[in-house]
Design a protein around this ligand. Sequence first.
Ligand SMILES: [Zn+2]
Length: 276
Amino acid sequence: MAKLVLIVCDALRDDAAAAQMGYLEHLVEQNIASRYTVVAQMPTMSRPNYETIHTGVPSSVHGITSNYEIRPSKMPNLFSLARGQNLTTAASAFYWYSELYNGTVPYDPVMHHEVDDETLNIQHGRFYGVPALHTVQPDVEVFSAGAMLARRFQPDYLLIHPMQADDIGETYGGDSVQYRRTVIAQDAIIANLLSRLQPAGYNVIVTSDHGMSDDPSTHGGSLPEVRHVPLYYIPTSGGGLGNTGQKVSQLQVAPTICNLLNIPIPNTMTAPPLEF
Ligand SMILES: [Zn+2]
């Protein structure tokens, strides 16, 4: 069965990806990848949309209503569903994912930063950041840890979650040379990673939780810059649809991943999966 890597580039807006991610756009132009514009759920904030991407339901249903709602997920989610099918799970991600899916509240970096535990929803986790100090790890380190997890444990479902675009965007804004350079760098890292992951049988999805306004440190509402994020699907088969031009809901991401991993879609996920 095909394995899947989900890359959530935090705060990657759709227009910046289209303009700056030259390798991913090349794969789209060659019909090797499929491209969509995802309309992110509101509030266009990190923790609510980490949960939306992983549960397929909106904030008012899953209850993670702000970044300050710090508790484990109560919904069927991609990690718990994968474990229910005896699939192997892993993540290289911000520690909020550990709080949501491994239930590590309060998060203790000594205990929870690096975990290999078959009983957890995220069985192999490498988490960065600590409460109160939301320091971001360099993207190349986050991607490297993800690639290491793929090589060492061959997880069926692997999440890689780099945050430098969010950090840089909050400092300089989404219409800044610093933000654009960060997006270009992510594209180059992903290009390098694909050549390692695809021979190992991994299909890859690249998307985001929310975008970034032109102003520094502003996202959360309804502007296109913060709601529109990309979704690239790069199958190992090489048979993509190119740029579909379609606007799809962020609620469709979770059931789409269920289908790709042969996980039965739970009743809670009512949005239709994408058909590739
Ligand atoms: Zn975010």
